[in-house]
Design a protein around this ligand. Structure first.
Ligand code: NI
Length: 182
């Protein structure tokens, strides 16, 4: 088990469009560590660039809601359709202490690969759809703060500045993630 450092708002890797995963060998170790990291931080979703890796994958665990039983692993995922619209208060491990009401489609048609590289396509709604869209945003370099009105951003400006300053400090000391060999 290894808990990784979570990268915070202000770090350049969180503004990058992540690269597709091409090699699935040895990916379990990274996924295990990402789960450890997410649980340690009390999160329900975590994208690879949030732990400093430019890879198109994320994990979600909403099994506490009884909507689903198993944690999800989504690799090279793509939203291929969506329906409806709803509001929900979202938090983000990369923007600690900030919760924002975000409008998104209610259900999505989503295709993705498993850790074995197998493709699936499924419709998700409720919290699962919400969490998937949040994480896909991360892999495209988009934050919840980009999804709200400019005027609402004013209210969190000082929090964002603090997180950004902290993030700059962290990036100076962050170690290169060499333990994942792909
Ligand atoms: Ni987030």
């Amino acid at each position: 088990m290894a808990v990784m450092d979570i990268v915070h708002y202000g770090d350049a890797i969180l503004r990058k469009k992540c690269k597709p995963v091409k090699q699935f060998n040895g990916i379990e170790r990274l996924l295990d560590d990402m789960f450890d990291t997410m649980y340690e931080a009390d999160g329900i979703g975590l994208a690879a660039n949030q732990v400093g890796l430019n890879l198109h994958l994320f994990i979600i665990d909403i099994s506490h809601t009884e909507e689903v039983e198993e944690p999800f692993i989504f690799i090279n995922g793509e939203i291929v359709g969506s329906e409806g619209e709803c509001d929900y208060d979202e938090g983000c491990l990369s923007i600690p202490g900030v919760t924002l009401n975000v409008t998104r489609p209610e259900s999505i048609d989503f295709k993705y690969q498993s850790q074995n590289g197998e493709w699936s396509r499924k419709t998700f709604s409720g919290l699962a759809a919400r969490a998937i869209q949040h994480e896909i945003d991360h892999l495209n370099g988009v934050f919840i703060v980009d999804r709200i009105q400019e005027i609402d951003k004013m209210f969190i400006q000082s929090e964002l500045k603090d997180i950004e300053a902290q993030s700059k400090e962290e990036s100076k000391t962050r170690q290169t993630l060499t333990r994942y060999n792909f």
